[in-house]
Design a protein around this ligand. Structure first.
Ligand code: GLY
Ligand code: MN
Ligand code: MN
Length: 502
């Protein structure tokens, strides 16, 4: 916000009486300092300006314990340092994005910055400066708001408006990193010499400062490294993923308890119910919840969630809670709205269940990443042939990919800070790679019969089923992090019945 465009303080007992509000007027150099909020201005007297400078307690915090993942973020930075010796590395958190006027979208720090610092502060930038021994990491942040120049109550991002920030010294204690004022960073970056790489796409100011020092190709190598580095999760990350899944399980239970209210309203009731759990127990949802009732289940990314929920239909719910540390779950269950699968729904559900079982069984260290997908696809192809929807033999179906008319998508993906984690990894490190202990992936086969698909019997049309679980590769196989949520059809029915009675 430009210095002259200054917000009005809210009318609370703690704040001085604002001047009578006047309609917004164009700024001129002669205008006195004004406060602005909701398009209204109020003049600020010299007396009030002086008054607001003093009378505030010292709230500095000392002896803060480091964040729980301080050791892990240090290890991640050390690995990054070893990969790019002698180069300055710049990793921004990103900036607020305007929704309209002085209203912003919720901020989520970039995955790369969060991974390397454990911090989520808007405008933050991690810089690794090359040294003789490796790198010196510094986090660059906005310091506490200045009270002397009025910034803390007159600027729209002042602490009076948006809440107290950590001081640079507090950030240092928490993050285990020296902290500097980020407002001095662009100049320092512009003046710096030597090779530089930056993570792009988050902070236009940082990118402008580095414009003549970086290349897209070299920056991409940094992004790829940070994507691949995240493939194997450390113990802290695995704990966070389990927390995300556990909250997600509770969110699914919440939804089952209110299905009658969803029937009386719409899919939005389901979306809102899950969102409440995500916001109360975590930071947010990890992606837009897919609350797809009836034929909407055949639309892979149905996030409009404005349709009817009807007894006799299936509800495909694909949703995940994101923890306060930004790790997300990604879980799908396909539930009978009235608590009982019909015969045909169960037949299709069981096929997807069997495919998922085969997929999960193929997740183990040393397996090719593709194995779980191939195992699940084979089961689905066999079933489609058995039902007479495809002509065999199954080998030919698989060779030509004919089952994909109804299976539609890959059987899973890496999971972590991003729901589709490690997305910038090279093929050889991901889809053409090998599973290792500590990797976490979804196994999520599905069958989807579109309402207008004339190649299937009419009764199939409008049925979509997906079952998705979050699977950790362990030293000797795998662990299903979402095993607490029933999957087998009869177990799902019993679970729903118990929740509805409770
Ligand atoms: N929720 C998106 C996915 O399952 O990949
Ligand atoms: Mn998924
Ligand atoms: Mn999903």
């Amino acid at each position: 916000m430009a210095e002259e465009r200054i917000p009005e303080t809210p009318a609370t007992p703690e704040t001085p009486e604002p001047e009578p509000a006047t309609p917004e007027t164009p700024e001129t150099a002669e205008e006195p300092i004004k406060q602005r909020k909701n398009g209204l201005y109020a003049a600020v007297s010299d007396e009030l300006t002086e008054n607001m400078k003093t009378g505030w307690a010292d709230t500095a915090l000392h002896g803060l314990a480091p964040i729980p993942q301080a050791a892990e973020t240090a290890a991640r930075r050390a690995a990054l340092s070893a990969r790019f010796p002698g180069e300055r590395l710049v990793v921004p958190a990103g900036n607020l994005k305007t929704r309209s006027n002085d209203t912003e979208y919720p901020f989520r720090a970039s995955t790369e910055y969060t991974y390397l610092t454990g911090d989520q502060t808007q405008d933050g930038v991690l810089v690794l400066e090359p040294t003789a021994e490796g790198h010196r990491a510094t986090i660059h942040l906005l310091p506490r708001s200045n009270r002397e120049n009025g910034e803390f109550w007159l600027d729209g991002q002042g602490e009076l408006w948006v809440g107290r920030r950590h001081s640079l010294d507090e950030a240092r204690q928490l993050l285990g990193l020296p902290a500097s004022d980020v407002r001095e960073l662009p100049k320092a970056l512009a003046e710096a010499t030597g090779p530089v790489r930056a993570v792009r796409g988050h902070d236009a100011g940082v990118e402008a400062a580095l414009a003549d020092k970086v290349t897209a190709e070299r920056d991409e190598e940094l992004r790829v490294y940070l994507s691949e580095a995240r493939a194997v999760k450390d113990d802290f990350e695995i704990g966070e993923l389990q927390k995300a899944v556990d909250s997600t399980v509770r969110g699914f239970e919440d939804v089952v308890r209110v299905l009658d209210k969803a029937e009386a309203t719409s899919e939005r009731y389901i979306e809102g119910t899950f969102f409440l759990r995500a916001r109360v127990e975590g930071n947010d949802i990890g992606y837009g919840s897919i609350c797809a009732a009836g034929p909407h289940a055949t639309t892979l990314h149905w996030v409009r969630n404005d349709g009817d929920v009807r007894s006799g239909d299936l509800l495909l719910l694909d949703a995940g809670v994101e923890t306060h540390t930004l790790y997300t779950a990604d879980v799908t269950r396909t539930l009978p709205v009235n608590g009982r699968y019909s015969e045909l729904q169960r037949k299709i559900y069981d096929a997807v269940y069997d495919a998922q079982e085969a997929g999960i069984a193929a997740v183990r260290p040393g397996a090719k990443y593709r194995d779980f997908h191939d195992a699940a696809q084979r089961v689905l192809a066999e079933r489609l042939v058995a039902w007479g929807l495809l002509e065999g033999p199954v080998e030919r179906v698989l060779e030509l990919g004919l089952q994909r008319r109804w299976t539609l998508h890959g059987t899973g993906h890496m999971l972590g800070l991003d729901v589709h984690d490690c997305a910038a990894a090279r093929r050889e490190a991901y889809v053409d790679g090998t599973l290792e202990p500590g990797m976490c992936l979804t196994v999520e086969p599905g069958l989807y019969f579109q309402t207008d698909d004339l190649t299937v019997p009419e009764e199939y049309r409008g049925i979509g089923v997906r079952i998705e679980d979050d699977i950790l590769v362990t030293a000797d196989g795998n662990r299903n992090l979402s095993a607490a949520l029933p999957r087998r059809a009869d177990e799902v029915e019993a679970w729903m019945a118990a929740l509805k009675q409770a």
